[in-house]
Design a protein. Structure first.
Length: 420
C-alpha cells in the first residue's frame, strides 16, 4: 500500500521487517530489491536481494518474473544480463564465502540438513526445501541432497530436474531408475526409456533393470523391444510372476503362443503325473499297433510318419477375451498397490508420484475393459457368457472413468494430473 502511494522508504522498512521474520521467503527478497532499485543509491544491496529471490524461488513461473525484473534492473544500471545458472552460482559463491572455511561449511551443511528434516517431519516442506538449497550451495557434490529435495517437491517437472541434477553429480543405477520412474509417471516415455537404459547399462546383470526398461518400451507401444528386455529379465530371474505376465501379454498381442514359467511348467508336469491313465478298448490298441508298424516302415523308406491331426485353435475372439481379462487383473493389482503406497506416503512427493502412477494404471485398466467388451461382442464361441462378460466390461469401464475423475478432482492441481 505504501509503495503504491509513492512512499517507497516506508514500504522498504515494512518489507525488511517481513523479511526478518521470513528470511527464506523469496517474495520478500524480491519486494525489498524492487524498493531498493526504485529509491536508488543501493545498487549492490538490490542486486543481492534480487539474486536471493531468484535462487530461493521454487515455482518456475514466479521465478521467471523475478528473473526478468532482475535483468531489467541490471540493464538500467549498465550491467550485462545474467543467465539463471549464473545468478544462482553468484548467490551460492557469496553464501559460501559468508559461511567461512571448508570445515565450517561442512559443519553448516549437517546443521542445515538436520533442521530441514525437522521441518519436513512437520510437513513444512517449503522451508525445509529452502534450507536444503543452502546446503547444496555449500556442498553441490552431494547427490543425496538433490534427491531429498525431490522427495519434498510436489511439482513433477521440478522433481525431474532435481533428479537429473542427482544423476549428473553421482550417477548410479538406482538414481537413473528413479528418474525413469518419475518420467514414466509423467508420461515422458522417451525420457524414461533413456534413463532406464542407462541404469541397465550400468548394471546389466540386474533383472529389475531390464524389466524397468521393458516397462518403458511397453508404455511407449514398442512391443518388440519390450519383449526382448523381458526375455533378458526372465533369463536373469525366471521367478518373477509379474514379468512373466507382462511378457505373455506382449506375446498374445503379437499372436504368439503363451510361454510357461518354470512354476507353470512344474504345475503342468504335476497335473500330468497325477492324471489317471485312460484304458482303451482292444480295437483302439490294435489300431495304435498298426499305426506304429506303418510309421516304422515309413522311417525305413526315408519317409516321415503321418502327422497327428492338429488340435483346433481357439477362436481369435476367445484369445482376445482371455488376454483382456489378464490385463485387467494385472492393472487392477498395480492400481491397488499404488493406492496403498499413497496412503503410506510420508512426503508430498511420495503421495503425488503414487497418485500419478495410480491415474496411469486406472487409465490402462479402463482401456482393458474396453478391449474386453470389443472381444466378447459377437463371439459365438463364448456362448451365454459373452453377454455377462460384456456387462462386466461396461460396468468396469464406467467405474474407472469415475475413479479417474475423482483422482483429478482431489489431486489434479497439487499433483499436476489435470493436464495428463
Amino acid at each position: 500500500m505504501q509503495s503504491a502511494l509513492g512512499d517507497h522508504t516506508a514500504a522498504l522498512a515494512a518489507y525488511r521487517k517481513l523479511l526478518a521474520l521470513r528470511p527464506d521467503g523469496p517474495s520478500w527478497h524480491a519486494l525489498v530489491a524492487r524498493e531498493l532499485a526504485t529509491i536508488g543509491g543501493h545498487r549492490d544491496e538490490a542486486l543481492v536481494e534480487y539474486e536471493e529471490a531468484v535462487a530461493l524461488e521454487e515455482n518456475v513461473g514466479w521465478r521467471a518474473g523475478t528473473f526478468k525484473s532482475y535483468n531489467s534492473y541490471r540493464q538500467s544500471i549498465g550491467l550485462a544480463e545474467m543467465t539463471l545458472p549464473e545468478i544462482v552460482a553468484s548467490r551460492n559463491a557469496r553464501f559460501r564465502q559468508a559461511v567461512g572455511t571448508p570445515a565450517e561449511q561442512q559443519a553448516r551443511v549437517e546443521v542445515l540438513i538436520a533442521d530441514a528434516e525437522r521441518l519436513a517431519a512437520k510437513r513444512n516442506f517449503s522451508d525445509a526445501t529452502a534450507l536444503l538449497r543452502d546446503a547444496i550451495a555449500l556442498a553441490p557434490d552431494r547427490a543425496d541432497l538433490y534427491e531429498k529435495m525431490a522427495d519434498w517437491n510436489n511439482h513433477s517437472n521440478e522433481r525431474i530436474a532435481l533428479l537429473r541434477e542427482a544423476v549428473g553429480v553421482e550417477p548410479t543405477p538406482a538414481r537413473w531408475a528413479r528418474l525413469g520412474k518419475e518420467q514414466l509417471a509423467n508420461f515422458d516415455y522417451d525420457g524414461a526409456i533413456d534413463s532406464y537404459r542407462k541404469a541397465s547399462e550400468m548394471d546389466p546383470a540386474s533383472a529389475q533393470g531390464h524389466a524397468d526398461l521393458a516397462s518403458g518400451y511397453m508404455m511407449a507401444r514398442r512391443s518388440k523391444e519390450a519383449m526382448g528386455e523381458y526375455e533378458h529379465a526372465l533369463d536373469l530371474d525366471p521367478s518373477s510372476d509379474a514379468n512373466w505376465y507382462s511378457y505373455n501379454r506382449l506375446r498374445a498381442e503379437a499372436g504368439l503362443p503363451q510361454a510357461l514359467s518354470p512354476k507353470e511348467q512344474q504345475a503342468a508336469a504335476a497335473r500330468a503325473a497325477a492324471a489317471p491313465v485312460a484304458t482303451k478298448p482292444a480295437e483302439d490298441r490294435d489300431a495304435q499297433a498298426v499305426q506304429a508298424l506303418v510309421d516304422s516302415g515309413l522311417k525305413i523308406l526315408g519317409l516321415a510318419p503321418s502327422p497327428a491331426p492338429a488340435a483346433a485353435a481357439a477362436p481369435a475372439c476367445v484369445l482376445a477375451s482371455n488376454a483382456a481379462q489378464r490385463e485387467i487383473e494385472n492393472w487392477d493389482a498395480a492400481a491397488r498397490r499404488d493406492h496403498g503406497s499413497a496412503l503410506r506416503g510420508s512426503h508430498v512427493g511420495d503421495v503425488c508420484g503414487d497418485m500419478r502412477a495410480l491415474y496411469s494404471h486406472r487409465r490402462l485398466l479402463a482401456e482393458s475393459f474396453q478391449r474386453l467388451e470389443t472381444a466378447v461382442t459377437n463371439c459365438p464361441a463364448l456362448g451365454a457368457s459373452a453377454n455377462e462378460l460384456a456387462a462386466i466390461a461396461r460396468r468396469g469401464y464406467a467405474a474407472q472413468l469415475a475413479a479417474l475423475a475423482e483422482i483429478k478432482r482431489e489431486f489434479g492441481a497439487p499433483c499436476q494430473i489435470l493436464a495428463q
